[in-house]
Design a protein around this ligand. Structure first.
Ligand code: ADP
Ligand code: MG
Length: 242
C-alpha cells in the first residue's frame, strides 16, 4: 500500500513535470508559428522577426537540453574523485564566462584530500549551474568565493556571491521546476542540481539576503561515509535544506 502511494506520488511529480515542459515549450512554439505564418502571408523575411524566432528556438533548445540531463541517469557511473580537482576543472571551464561578466572566482580550499564517490560529469553540472547563478546574480560583476572544507564525515562546498540575493519567500521554492526570477531563465538548473546532489546522498542549502548576496552550500558524504548518507541527512536536517 505504501509502495503504491509512493508510486502514485512519483507519477504525479513526473506528470506535473511533463505538463510544465509541454507548457514551456508550447509558448515559444506558438510565437514561432505566428511569425512564420506572418512571413508566409506577407511573402517577406523580416529581420526582427527572424531574430525573435532564433531566440525562441534557443529557448526550446535550452529547456530540452536541461531535461536531457535528467533523462540520462541510467548511464551514471560512480568513481572516486577529488572534489578539489573537479572544482578546479569547472572553474577553468567557466573562467572566460566569469571574465565577461566581471566576476572573479576566489578560492579557499582545504589542504586535505577531498575524495568522494561521484558521477563526475553530473557533479560538474551542479557546480556549473550554481556558479552560473552566482555570475548572473551580479550584473556589474563582483567576487565569488568558493570554499571547500572537510571533516571526518562530509565535504562542504560553499559558493557565495555578493549579488542581488533572493527574496525570503522564494527560497523554499527554488529547485521546483520552472521557478525563476529571471526574464529568460528556465528555472531548471537548481532542480537538476538538487536531484544530482540527492543521488549523491548530499544536500543543498541556500542562504540569501536581498541586495547583499547568496551562499549556496553543498554537502557531500566523504568516501569513508559512503553508505551513510541517511545518517548525514538526519544529523544536518533543518528547515531550508533540500
Ligand atoms: P534559472 O537560473 O534558469 O532562473 P535556476 O533553477 O538556476 O534557474 O535558479 C532559479 C532561480 O533561483 C533564479 O532564477 C534566481 O531567481 C534564483 N537564484 C538562484 N541562485 C541565485 C543566486 N546566486 N543569486 C540570486 N538568485 C539566485
Ligand atoms: Mg540557473
Amino acid at each position: 500500500m505504501e509502495e503504491l502511494l509512493r508510486r502514485s506520488e512519483k507519477l504525479t511529480t513526473v506528470g506535473q513535470l511533463a505538463a510544465g515542459v509541454a507548457h514551456e515549450i508550447r509558448n515559444p512554439l506558438t510565437t514561432l508559428r505566428g511569425f512564420l505564418q506572418l512571413q508566409l502571408k506577407n511573402r517577406t523575411g523580416n529581420a526582427e522577426h527572424t531574430s525573435l524566432m532564433l531566440s525562441e528556438l534557443d529557448r526550446i533548445n535550452l529547456i530540452v537540453s536541461e531535461f536531457l540531463i535528467l533523462a540520462k541517469p541510467q548511464a551514471t557511473q560512480f568513481t572516486v574523485k577529488d572534489v578539489k580537482q573537479v572544482l578546479r576543472d569547472v572553474l577553468l571551464f567557466l573562467d572566460s564566462e566569469a571574465n565577461l561578466h566581471n566576476a572573479e572566482f576566489l578560492t579557499v580550499f582545504t589542504e586535505e584530500p577531498c575524495q568522494i564517490s561521484c558521477e563526475e560529469n553530473q557533479l560538474k553540472q551542479v557546480f556549473i549551474n550554481v556558479l552560473k547563478n552566482a555570475i548572473e546574480a551580479m550584473p556589474s560583476g563582483g567576487p565569488i568565493y568558493i570554499r571547500l572544507k572537510r571533516n571526518t564525515s562530509h565535504i562542504t562546498i560553499e559558493i557565495a556571491d555578493e549579488g542581488i540575493g533572493i527574496p525570503e519567500e522564494m527560497i523554499p521554492q527554488i529547485g521546483s521546476p520552472f521557478v525563476t526570477g529571471k526574464e529568460s531563465g528556465t528555472g531548471l538548473g537548481m532542480m537538476v542540481s538538487q536531484r544530482i546532489i540527492q543521488s549523491h546522498h548530499g544536500m543543498i542549502d541556500i542562504q540569501s539576503q536581498v541586495n547583499a548576496g547568496t551562499t549556496v552550500t553543498i554537502t557531500l558524504p566523504t568516501l569513508k561515509d559512503e553508505g551513510d548518507g541517511g545518517i548525514l541527512v538526519e544529523k544536518a536536517g533543518a528547515a531550508g535544506l533540500y
